[in-house]
Design a protein around this ligand. Structure first.
Ligand code: ATP
Length: 314
C-alpha cells in the first residue's frame, strides 16, 4: 500500500452556533479541527489507508488539540511542525442570505518549513497538494513549490485540489490562477469544484475547461458537483457519475472525503500509470468516492463525519 502525504494547513474552525446570522451577532462558537488537506489525510486513515499530514500548528493548546485529533484518527504526524506563533484560527457563520461570514486569523500554518529529508520519502508514493492557504505567502508557499518539484523527481503520483476561497482572493483572482498553473502542469489527478474549473480555465463550460486542463498537463480531471455527482474527464472521454442519494444536513468536508476515498483506492494499486488509462475502473472508483462524499453530508462537521471502510463497503 502506498502512503499519501497531504501538505497544507490545519487550523481551528470556530463555528457559530446561531447559524443564520453574521458573525457580529454570533454568541457561541464550537471549536472544530479544520483544513482541507488534514481532512483528506483523516479520510484516508479512516478507510484504513496510510496517510501523513505535513503542516504547521502553534506551540499552544489549540496546536495540541489539532495534533491529538490527527493522532486519534491515525494520521501520521511525524511531519507536523510546531511554531512559536499562534495556531491559525477561522471564525465562520452562515448568514441569513446563505453567504459565509468569515474572519480569518492566519498564524502558524504559514510557517511550514521545507525539509529535504521528507522529500526523499515521496519516492513512488502519493503526494496531495490541497491547501487553501498555500498561495498566501510565508514559508508554506515556498515549501509547497519545493515539494512539488521533489514529488515530480521522486516519481510520486501528484494530486491537486486548488481549494479556492473567494473571501481570501477578492480582487486578486488572476494571481490565484497564475499560482495554480505549475500544479496543473504536474498533476496526475485534480479535483475542482465547478466554480474553480470555470474560474481557472476562463471557459464557460466544463467540457471546454477540461480540454484546457488536459492540454496543460492534468491526466485525470474530476469536478465535483454536490448532489449532481462528479464530472470525470480522461483520455478524451467525459462523463458525469451520479451521486449517491442521501438526506444531507451539512456538506462540509464532502469534497475532502471524495478526494480521500479516491486517493485511498489508488494507494492500493501497484501500477498507477496503468490504472490512469483504465476508464472503466476509474469510473467505478469515482462512484465509490461519491458515496464517501454523500455519507459525509449526513452528519454535522468534517473529520467526525467521514465514512469508515465498512460504511463504504470495502
Ligand atoms: P467541500 O468544499 O465542502 O469539501 P466540495 O464543493 O469540494 O465540498 P462537493 O461537490 O460538495 O465538494 O461534494 C463532493 C462529492 O460529495 C460530490 O461529488 C458528491 O458525490 C458528494 N456530495 C456532496 N453533496 C452531496 C449531496 N447533497 N448529496 C449526495 N452527494 C453529495
Amino acid at each position: 500500500m502506498k502512503k499519501v502525504y497531504c501538505i497544507g494547513e490545519l487550523l481551528i474552525d470556530f463555528v457559530a452556533e446561531n447559524q443564520g446570522a453574521d458573525l457580529s451577532k454570533a454568541k457561541e462558537f464550537t471549536k472544530k479541527a479544520g483544513g482541507a488537506p488534514a481532512n483528506v489525510a483523516a479520510a484516508i486513515a479512516k478507510l484504513k489507508g496510510k496517510s501523513e499530514f505535513v503542516g504547521c500548528v502553534g506551540n499552544d493548546a489549540f496546536g495540541d488539540f489539532l495534533a491529538e485529533t490527527l493522532q486519534k484518527n491515525e494520521v501520521g504526524i511525524e511531519n507536523l511542525q510546531r511554531s512559536d506563533i499562534f495556531t491559525t484560527l477561522a471564525f465562520v457563520s452562515i448568514a441569513a442570505n446563505g453567504e459565509r461570514d468569515f474572519v480569518f486569523n492566519r498564524g502558524a500554518d504559514k510557517k511550514l518549513n521545507y525539509t529535504k529529508k521528507l522529500a526523499t520519502q515521496f519516492k513512488n508514493q502519493i503526494v496531495h497538494f490541497g491547501a487553501a492557504t498555500c498561495f498566501l505567502g510565508g514559508s508554506l508557499e515556498e515549501a509547497y513549490t519545493a515539494y512539488l518539484i521533489d514529488a515530480v523527481k521522486e516519481n510520486a503520483f501528484i494530486s491537486f485540489d486548488p481549494n479556492f476561497r473567494a473571501d481570501l482572493w477578492k480582487g486578486r483572482e488572476n494571481e490565484f490562477i497564475k499560482k495554480c498553473i505549475p500544479f496543473i502542469e504536474k498533476a496526475d489527478f485534480a479535483k475542482f469544484s465547478e466554480e474553480e474549473a470555470l474560474l481557472i480555465s476562463g471557459k464557460e463550460t466544463l467540457l471546454e475547461a477540461s480540454q484546457i486542463f488536459h492540454k496543460h498537463g492534468i491526466k485525470l480531471l474530476t469536478v465535483t458537483l454536490g448532489s449532481k455527482g462528479t464530472f470525470l474527464s480522461m483520455e478524451n472521454k467525459t462523463i458525469i457519475i451520479e451521486s449517491t442519494k442521501v438526506n444531507p444536513v451539512d456538506t462540509t468536508g464532502a469534497g475532502d472525503a471524495f478526494v480521500g476515498c479516491f486517493l485511498y483506492q489508488l494507494s492500493l494499486e501497484e501500477n498507477l500509470e496503468t490504472v490512469l488509462k483504465d476508464y472503466n475502473k476509474i469510473q467505478k472508483m469515482i462512484a465509490i468516492s461519491n458515496k464517501a462524499g454523500a455519507i459525509t453530508t449526513t452528519q454535522f462537521g468534517a473529520i467526525n463525519a467521514l465514512p469508515t471502510a465498512s460504511q463504504i463497503g470495502f
